[in-house]
Ligand binder design. Structure first.
Ligand SMILES: Cc1cc2nc3c(=O)[nH]c(=O)nc-3n(C[C@H](O)[C@H](O)[C@H](O)COP(=O)(O)OP(=O)(O)OC[C@H]3O[C@@H](n4cnc5c(N)ncnc54)[C@H](O)[C@@H]3O)c2cc1C
Length: 399
């Protein structure tokens, strides 16, 4: 049986970055994926992922966000590929709502250049956006998007070039402990390693025992809208816009908010991408996701009609993607309870932007080193009941 220092299960976002870092450090690493990443059966497809440093999800992410930005730029130099394009990132919501207050707190704590904008200023600057006067915005100008499929190709190419062994079209069925080693069983055989990282995204649950019960796969309908004029929605002009708006039909400022976003169109003939970020239905990662329903398309159309009106009557196509949520919507990274040699990672629907720094952190964890940033907050062993932070959810389709 072939033996490695580390086996990484899943070569998507986290797994490909971890393999690259481990291989660059001279660790003998086997990466196994049931498909051929990048692909459309997980959480990393869809042409664009937003990258920002002000992090409304919590200041605990700030050091990782900074480091990731630098690493994306370094990776561009190393690979000769264009990975990150700036286009700005605009958070829109009630001035006292969790998204905007979280954005501002993070930008101020991190000393990240930003602008505060009224609804009127937003409407003037980006005519497609139509926030009502009770909303406001926070702009991080030096933010943008990365191209996820290219990024994963780069991670895998560099991993292989640095000596990683990569197996695709090979499904991991499970693992067992054999003395000091861990045996990983796949559709094609078994391999042995000292440490194993389970980076199987939405399918990680079955491979993680009790820790898997913390994970909640969600199906995310993603809508692609033909812009009425290419220039106003183009990458570099149109910002990533993330909205947290009161749920329709309530005046209660403490009622749950609906969250959705729109991302710029990429390239000639490109479409604007829009999706809801909360209120998502459970997904079954082991079976093909049902396509977006007429009701789901109608829900995004209603939201566009209210907040991005020029897009509402435009042609739409839709597909689906997966989030792997945790109870508190924060990442999960570290050794699982009861086994110091098996590590989990789950990215709660907002992890792509951190991929290169996650590669470093996960490599550190499996190598028994202390990561440069404190990630104890994300440990699967973290004490206490996970809190819900400021992320509230509502039922799908109410907006
Ligand atoms: C619609 C959408 C929009 C998003 N937008 C953003 C954004 O703008 N910014 C951002 O930062 N993040 C965003 N995210 C989140 C981000 O894309 C995910 O957090 C990230 O891609 C998850 O990475 P992963 O490595 O956990 O999963 P994946 O990238 O899906 O990788 C998991 C891999 O494991 C493999 N695998 C699974 N089971 C097995 C098995 N048994 N054996 C072998 N291999 C297996 C899969 O084939 C897959 O390749 C978005 C996600 C979605 C769905």
């Amino acid at each position: 049986m072939r033996s490695y220092d580390v086996i990484v299960v899943g070569l998507g976002t986290a797994g490909s970055a971890a393999c690259m870092t481990l291989a660059r450090r001279g660790v003998s690493v086997l990466g196994v994926d049931m498909f051929r990443p990048p692909h459309t059966m997980g959480s990393h497809h869809g042409r664009s992922r937003s990258v920002r440093r002000a992090y409304l999800e919590g200041s605990v992410y700030l050091p990782m966000a900074r480091r990731a930005w630098d690493l994306w730029r370094r990776l561009e130099t190393d690979s000769g590929e264009r990975l990150l394009v700036t286009t700005g990132n605009l958070t829109i919501g009630p001035p006292d709502g969790p998204a905007l207050t979280g954005f501002l707190a993070s930008a101020r704590t991190g000393g990240i250049p930003h602008e505060c904008l009224s609804a009127a200023q937003i409407r003037k600057r980006w005519p497609p956006l139509a926030p009502s006067d009770d909303l406001a915005g926070g702009l991080e100008k030096e933010a943008g998007i990365v191209f996820p499929e290219t990024c994963i190709r780069v991670f895998l190419r560099m991993a292989e070039a640095s000596g990683a062994t990569l197996h695709t079209d090979e499904r991991v069925a499970g693992w067992t402990i054999e003395g000091e080693a861990i045996k990983v069983h796949t559709s094609l055989g078994s391999y042995s390693a000292g440490r194993v990282l389970i980076a199987a995204g939405a399918r990680s649950g079955r491979l993680l025992g009790d820790t898997g019960a913390m994970l909640s796969p969600k199906r995310v309908p993603v809508h692609w809208i033909e812009p009425p004029d290419a220039a106003g929605y183009a990458l570099g002009t149109f910002p990533v816009n993330f909205w947290q708006v009161p749920t329709e039909g309530t005046d209660d400022p403490h009622a749950p908010h609906r969250e959705f976003y729109a991302l710029p169109a990429i390239g000639p003939g490109g479409r604007v991408k829009a999706a809801f970020h909360n209120g998502l239905a459970d997904g079954d990662p082991h079976h093909p996701a049902p396509p977006a329903s007429a009701g789901e398309v109608a829900a995004i159309r209603r939201t566009l009609a209210r907040f991005l009106p020029p897009l509402s009557g435009q042609p739409i196509t839709s597909d689906t993607c997966m989030y792997t949520l945790t109870p508190d919507h924060h990442f999960l990274m570290g050794a699982i309870p009861g086994n110091d040699n098996v590590f989990a990672v789950a990215l709660a629907g907002h992890g792509f932007k951190f991929a290169p720094v996650l590669g470093e952190i996960l490599a550190d964890l499996v190598q028994g080193r202390s990561p440069a940033v404190d990630v104890s907050f994300f440990s699967p062993r973290r004490p206490g009941k996970p809190s819900f932070d400021n992320r509230q959810t509502t039922a799908q389709g109410t907006q």
